[in-house]
Design a protein around this ligand. Sequence first.
Ligand code: HEC
Length: 116
Amino acid sequence: MTALRRTVPAAFAAACIVAAPCPAADPNYARNLAATCANCHGTAGRSAGGMPSLLGADKARMLQQLHDFRTGARPATVMHQLAKGYSDEQLELIAGYFAGLKPAQFPAPPPGPSGD
Ligand code: HEC
């Protein structure tokens, strides 16, 4: 009997571990892809100026722009090459990620000492 008392909770514990949801894919995949744009477009897509911001962009519009860069319909200095480096699925994830960011979550940093 003592053995049974010990075994039953152990069996439940094992079932919980097995039943725990496991992420099918990396939950940060879209964010990590979007991070490759930060060098030029700013952290979280908030540009410090001189470059278009991607933060809070309209998803369909951004996908169209990326598509136009890829096909050459829109001439570019670098984006025509960069856009070709991602699959359709990846661009979809990236555009969805930026579209889902709320500008209020990422306020502009305070001006630097020089007032920039
Ligand atoms: C090496 C710097 C660089 C990187 C990295 C970069 N971009 Fe760009 N992006 C530019 C430049 C420069 C432009 C202006 C078009 C051009 O000359 O290529 C631009 C323009 C854009 C535009 C058009 C915005 C508008 O309103 O006209 C979109 C959309 C865009 N980039 C998305 C992305 C995405 C998404 C990524 C990451 C996958 C990315 N960019 C990474 C430099 C960069």
